[in-house]
Design a protein around this ligand. Structure first.
Ligand code: KG4
Ligand code: ZN
Length: 337
């Protein structure tokens, strides 16, 4: 049995977790900074970094207590090294380095996006690569092939906004505030996309683009002006959500036809979206087995980082830049196209 301590501080969630053999979550303590950033309408990097630093020691205690573990029991420390907000990453990596030195434990740096894929392995302990992944988060909309542990080939990405970013910005236009994605999801449930149809972005190959759709929403709201009703807003939320979701799945469908893997993972914060969860199952159908992590493992958490660290740290796999000594200037290492 191997115990991995995971640390995640890349954006606005502080999280510490203990995971057994990369598959079994013993504890996964998450503190969301939503309340801290709410009044600013988005994440303030300086405040986020300071809050990570203040909360990590307590969260570490809670994670150890929740798992019934002592520092001595830990075999590996895994920390998110990127991509993310530089100051926030620095806090997590610094604390990870400190603990590794104090407890004489090996430390490994994890690409946050690997973590989102490995979240699916926590949800389904029998899941193994090869697999096709769609990682949809606040900063990424990536289609990725994972032929084996620790190898990720990006075959599709966004030209402009990520899906989560598009949800957040459109939610703001609709007066929903931060965090936008979940609020837009809730509003869309009371709307009808057919009453306010919006264009569905479509680029050649496996590329995404959501900025045109965002502009279409802006113009529609401008045209409606003061006469916009609450029902109009709900209908627009539903239409926006439908366009993003269908665009994401159109490319997943093509990718799956081109690369007929038997396992498909859809993960990242946007994978918490109600319509995406429903439609992904329909689009994948019986061509492959679809795994979408439960909501608490879709959004940022340290259990997924511990799992990714366990499966990708040497000697299990040779991961370029897998060892962490400091935050790397190029955090995309190990997530290549
Ligand atoms: O993976 P994540 O927690 O953080 C990043 O790595 O970026 O993803 C956060 C993103 C945000 O843009 C948030 O609005 C979006 O995921 N999100 C959602 C939903 N829940 C979170 N978007 C649409 N529907 C949701 N239910
Ligand atoms: Zn994330």
């Amino acid at each position: 049995m191997a115990l991995t301590l995971g640390i995640e501080t890349s954006c606005d969630e502080t999280s510490v977790a203990l995971v057994e053999d990369g598959r079994r979550v013993l504890s996964n303590v998450i503190h969301s900074q939503v309340e801290l950033h709410k009044e600013f309408g988005g994440v303030v990097p300086e405040l986020a970094a300071r809050d990570h630093l203040e909360r990590l020691p307590h969260l570490l205690d809670l994670a150890l207590e929740g798992a019934g573990a002592k520092p001595d029991d830990i075999d590996l420390i895994a920390v998110t090294r990127g991509p993310g907000l530089a100051g926030c990453l620095l806090v997590g990596v610094g604390v990870g380095e400190g603990l590794a030195a104090a407890w004489s434990k090996p430390l490994t740096g994890v690409n946050h996006l690997w973590g989102h894929i490995y979240a699916a392995m926590l949800a389904r302990p029998d899941l193994e690569p090869p697999l096709l992944g769609l990682v949809v988060s606040g900063a990424h909309s990536d289609l990725v092939r994972m032929p084996e542990h620790g190898r990720f080939d990006v075959i599709g990405r966004t030209r402009d906004d990520a899906a989560g970013e598009a949800f957040d910005k459109s939610a703001r236009m609709l007066g929903l505030g931060y965090p936008g994605g979940p609020a837009l999801d809730r509003l869309a449930r009371t709307g009808d996309a057919r009453r306010q149809p919006l264009p569905q972005p479509s680029l050649p190959s496996l590329e995404y683009s959501f900025s045109g759709l965002k502009t279409a929403l802006l113009y529609r709201l401008r045209d409606l002006g003061d006469s916009v009703s609450e029902q109009d807003k709900a209908d627009l939320a539903a239409a926006f959500e439908r366009s993003v979701v269908e665009s994401l799945l159109e490319k997943l469908d093509i990718a799956l036809t081109e690369h007929p893997y038997r396992e498909v993972v859809v993960s990242g914060g946007v994978a918490a979206n109600t319509l995406l969860r429903k439609r992904a199952a329909e689009v994948v159908g019986d061509r492959a087995r679809l795994t979408m992590p439960p909501l608490e493992l879709c959004t940022d958490n340290a259990a997924m980082i511990a799992a990714a660290g366990f499966f990708t740290s040497p000697p299990r796999a040779e991961v370029p830049g897998g060892e962490v000594r400091a935050v790397e200037a190029n955090p995309s290492l190990g997530w290549s196209s």
